[in-house]
Design a protein around this ligand. Structure first.
Ligand code: ATP
Ligand code: MG
Length: 138
């Protein structure tokens, strides 16, 4: 089975039990789970691909604002499947096009959009390593 990295972002932390329920109902196995309040350095590294974009600073500030739940998710075609279950990045679009998605149900806006998912096998490998199976050197 394929693995992907899922995050429940700080704005949805209080809804984590509901979201984890949906994840299990959708047939994912949660191989590992970890709660972490990310430091500025960790977020800047995790989202390095977005450095220089207009929303980068706001995104990094938000992601350090409270606890995040990191999930190592397993399922056939997990990367694509998890992004389908999360719904579109924009909560507005999610509410229109995927009203039962996690972002439609638990997102507040495009920044506070409740969840993250790796977007390719390469990013999944990197991002799973970021939270799991790697000695903490911070
Ligand atoms: P993620 O990487 O968190 O799973 P994504 O792959 O759907 O989301 P990306 O383009 O990688 O979207 O953007 C990363 C995150 O940056 C988004 O989830 C969102 O929180 C934030 N973001 C993206 N675009 C915008 C924007 N236009 N304005 C504000 N925040 C944004
Ligand atoms: Mg992304």
């Amino acid at each position: 089975k394929e693995q992907t990295l899922g995050l429940i972002k700080p704005n949805a932390y209080s809804k984590r039990a509901d979201i984890i329920g949906l994840i299990k109902k959708d047939g994912f196995t949660i191989a590992e789970q970890k709660e972490v309040t990310l430091t500025r350095n960790q977020v800047e590294n995790f989202y390095a691909e977005h450095r220089g974009k207009k929303f980068y600073d706001e995104l990094c500030t938000f992601m350090t604002s409270g606890p995040t739940i990191a999930l190592l998710l397993e399922k056939a075609d997990a990367i694509k499947e998890w992004r389908r279950v999360m719904g579109p990045t924009s909560v507005e679009t999610a509410k229109k096009e995927a009203p039962n998605s996690i972002r439609a149900l638990y997102g507040e806006n495009v920044t506070k959009n409740a969840a993250h998912g790796s977007d390719s096998p390469e990013s999944a490998k990197r991002e799973v390593g970021f939270f799991f199976h790697v000695e903490d050197t911070y």
